[in-house]
Design a protein. Sequence first.
Length: 448
Amino acid sequence: MLRLFLCTASLFLSVFAHAQQWDFTLHKHKSAEPGPTLLVIGGIQGDEPGGFNAASLLITDYVIQRGEVWVVPNLNFESIIKRSRGVHGDMNRKFKGIRQNDPEFQLVEKIKSIIKDKQVDIILNLHDGSGFYRPKYVDKLHGPQRWGQSLIIDQAQLAGVTYGRLDTIASVITQQANLRIKNKEHRYHIKNTQTRRGNVEMEKTLTYYAIQNGKAAFGIEASKSFGTHYRAYYHLQMIESFMQYLGIEFERDLELNINNVKNRIDNNIKLALYEKKMFFDMRNVRDRLRYVPMKKGEPINFSASNPLIAVLDNKRYYNVRYGNRSVTKLLPQYFDFDSSLDSISLLVDGVKKEVKLGDIVSVDKRFVVNRLDGYRVNIIGYTKKGYKSEHGLPISHRDIKPKFSIDKQGKLFRVEIYKQNQFCGMVLVDFSDQPVAAAKATKVNPIF
Ligand SMILES: [Zn+2]
């Protein structure tokens, strides 16, 4: 597939100045062709990973060619990271009224203003719900009391709005999506909550707030009976059905199937620190990484390959979290940083390469860090007596002690550069057969 604006330099999409500021992010997929604008929201409840992982994939793996898709993947980011439905109560019950002193007041006000944005035509709120919704009782897991595999509307119609025929749209979408779903149990059903007729719980929700503000809105529920990647896969199926219905044209990097979705969710965990002078591919990362150079007296500064990654300051170490998952701990060693160097020269399997600090380089047999006057090269896990700086030495995989690798397989190693006592940056060398360097790159503009 042709992707025009990709380059490895723009690998990272979300920059958090301060790790513990629990703001959500809005990512706007724009396109050259005018068309409708779809707003997709994930993570209103922190324990529904199917929804927020699908939203994240929509950001990292899709390109929109007609119309626009706006995505908020992490609305309740604090609850996502802390693996809670709602650290401060259920956010999806705060849209009818919210106290000014509610810790989520600002977040709720902000998403309200995005919902009301003139450009937004239609809104999808992604959920993971229990069991399988059916209009009539079948058994404990299948019936009107359940939510999974349903498309939710608050009422049949919303007068005077372009996409106001909610029930008609819902039946077109579910029919389309169900054509692609072989297993009957997994097929979608429409659930009309009849909110206006005295459904006091649903009156407090995001979608009903949207409806009352003249915006067509739907809730999509994937079943909690499935694993995360299955739920995310079904969410993407439904989102694509909506895009097709709306005439929003798109391309994606991956063929949409369960394995690819799982692979992307599990492996797209990349973190860059300090203006990308340091980069970690955290696929199969060890439980802790020791002696990670950190800036003295400054808050940690990072960017990540997807919007569900957070780095939490735990005083003695940093916790890297990814959605509901714990990734690793970074144990810091504090330095002053030197910014006089942007790249280093390597001989990789006999080929000379200029490698930017913060980059990763794939090595088959051996590499040499070329002579670097005034700087010290430290290959973590490698020592040779009499060498203060480890440049000019041919180094193969077996020369480095595997326990110093970043990954559990013992294939990915750090080459660190120092100027006197100051840290300049890091390059990763990758001895694996399936190099991680082929990372997907996406240009995204977080607007907050
Ligand atoms: Zn939910």
